[in-house]
Each structure stands twice: as C-alpha cells, then as structure tokens.
Design a protein around this ligand. Structure first.
Ligand code: MRU
Length: 320
C-alpha cells in the first residue's frame, strides 16, 4: 500500500518545522514552514497540523527548533501548551522534551508514536469481524498521528487481513476532517469507502449496514471516559442502542490518569464562524463519551474493556 510517509506529515529542518498543511487537503498538497515555536503553536491552533498525536509530535519538533534558535524554552513550552486544550498528547510530548530538547529526542517522539500505531493496529484488527462494514469519524489516520494512524491504522491492518469490506466515513462537521482527510487517506490506501453526512449515521446503523464503529481519541480519563471529535458521543449512543461495538484506538500518550473522569477533561470551544457566520453559533470541538459506552479501548499494549478504571491507570504507569 502507498505510504503517507511520516516526514511528509511533519518534520524538522535546520530553520523550521515543516507540516503538510491539512487545511488545504485534499485539493492541494502544500507545505507550511514554521520558523519558531510560536509559529508552530499557530499552525496547531488553526489546524494546519491536527490530530492528538500529530500535534504532540509537532510540539516536540518545535521545542527542538526553539532550543536551536536560543528561544526561552519556558515561553516556548507555554505558547505550545496553550495552543489547543483537549488533546493530552500535547502536554505529554512537551514533558518528554523537557530534559532533552534536541532534534534526536523529537525524532524519537515521532518514531515512537508511529511504532505505537502499528502495534495498536495489530491488536485492534482482531476485533473486526471478517468482511466488516466499518464507520469511522473525524480523521485518526496517518495525518493525525505523524504516520500510519490509530483508528485508521486499525482499519488498515484489518483490511490487510481481509476483515474489512467497506468503510463509511462520517463527514465530520464543521471542518470536514472525515470528508476531506479520511476519505483522501482511504483513497490512497485503496480501501473501499464512501462519505456520509454525520446525520446519516443513525439510519445506516439502523438499517444494519454497519458492523463496527472505530474512532481515535484526544484524551481518555482513568475511568475510560473518552474525549474525541464532536459527534462521537452520539455515535456511541447509537452503537449501544443497536448493539454494535464502538472501539476506541489510542496510544498511551492519549491516556490521562490525572483525570478521574471526563468531567475533568477541558473541551475546546472554537470560533463559531467555523459553523456559520450568518447566525449566532456554538462550536465545541470535542465531546466526552462515557466509558461504559465504549466496547473496547485498544492501546499499543493491548485491548482494555469495562471496567477501565481497573486496568487503564496501571497501563499508564507502566508506559512512563
Ligand atoms: O480537531 P481535530 O481534527 O484535531 O480532532 C481530532 C480528533 O478528534 C481525532 O479523532 C483524535 O485526535 C484522534 S487522532 C489519532
């Protein structure tokens, strides 16, 4: 399968962090050069680079760039940490860079995330029934993780084992990460797919056209409550009602053992103009799915099931 190579998604050059500008996809493959930590923070804020692991990786490269440029590292860390509030990977990557803000350490953060994705994919593929018709939401592919993908990595691994017949792609209003990014990645991978409007998911599930829902996550609390792109909670309720599994695939860098439940996860509220400029609007970027509605949480270490509070915190401790 053609590979969206990790260095094309985000990389460090001598004078800049370079990202594939995800705002321009799928129409144009344009790179954005960020010459300082503040410019990387802005690229994260405007979603030129997005997806929980990918923003952590971009921030890690930004810290290495800041160190090379002689920037004040506390200021750089603060500006990056405040660029987006929900994905805990950002804080995790900044912590990883604290002792050793070098290009080598940042490259290791990047390589480790891609490696984790491959391991998650292998574990998660086992949860796909043969010939599965899968629904995914937002984009949890290589673009979102610096390579390979979490939920889409699982789809990819399962497809290679003959377990995926078709992928339904929720378009993901308002910024269309599904319709623009996930569909683009699936096209490149040669995996059969079709985009549906977010509001169409219920009738597809009700009609028996979907066997499994698989998504990524931005932050998972100790009890399994999962913050992910707005709309995921609704899909989880649908999945429970129609008795199909909802599987969350996410690396240990997305687990937040300091949050006892989803109540402690900050939810980013973005510019209402992303929804409409004509009327008053609200634009929460994420929602929290209660852990009891998540059938399984798959990390690079294996498959977790309810009650998550018994196993997830132990896993985070082991991974750090
Ligand atoms: O606002 P976005 O596009 O950064 O939201 C991303 C998601 O919700 C993804 O599902 C999540 O980050 C997991 S990516 C592997």
């Amino acid at each position: 399968m053609p590979e969206l190579e990790p260095h094309r998604i985000v990389r460090l050059e001598d004078d800049a962090v370079v990202v594939l500008d995800q705002r321009r996809l799928p129409d144009a493959e344009v790179e954005l050069r960020c010459a300082s930590a503040a410019e990387v923070a802005e690229a994260i804020r405007v979603l030129a680079v997005r997806g929980a692991p990918a923003i952590g990786i971009a921030a890690a490269y930004a810290m290495a760039l800041a160190a090379e440029r002689g920037e004040d590292l506390d200021v750089a860390r603060d500006v990056l940490a405040s660029s987006r509030p929900t994905a805990v990977n950002l804080r995790w990557a900044l912590d990883a860079m604290r002792e050793d803000p070098t290009p080598e350490r940042a490259a290791r953060v990047h390589a480790d995330e891609v490696q984790r994705c491959r391991r998650m994919g292998a574990h998660a593929a086992e949860l796909f029934p043969p010939g599965a018709r899968v629904l995914t939401h937002c984009n949890a592919g290589g673009l979102a993780t610096g390579g390979y993908g979490t939920a889409l990595g699982a789809v990819r691994a399962a497809f290679e084992e003959g377990r995926v017949a078709h992928v339904w792609v929720g378009e993901t209003r308002p910024l269309l990460q599904g319709a623009r990014l996930t569909a683009w990645e699936l096209e490149q991978l040669g995996i059969p797919h079709a985009v549906i409007a977010d509001g169409a998911a219920a009738s597809f599930i009700g009609n028996g056209d979907i066997d499994l829902i698989v998504t990524g996550a931005d932050r998972i609390a100790a009890n399994g409550d999962t913050a992910n792109k707005i709309g995921t909670y609704g899909l989880a309720v649908l999945a429970a009602h129609h008795r199909i599994p909802l599987v969350v695939v996410a690396p240990t860098s997305t687990l937040d053992p300091t949050a006892a439940s989803g109540d402690e996860i900050p939810i980013e509220e973005r510019d209402p103009a992303e929804v409409t400029t004509r009327f008053a609007a609200r634009n929460p970027a994420f929602d929290v799915t209660p852990g009891e509605l998540v059938t399984a949480i798959v990390t690079e270490r294996g498959v977790h099931r309810v009650p998550y509070a018994e196993t997830l915190p132990r896993e985070t401790a082991a991974a750090r």
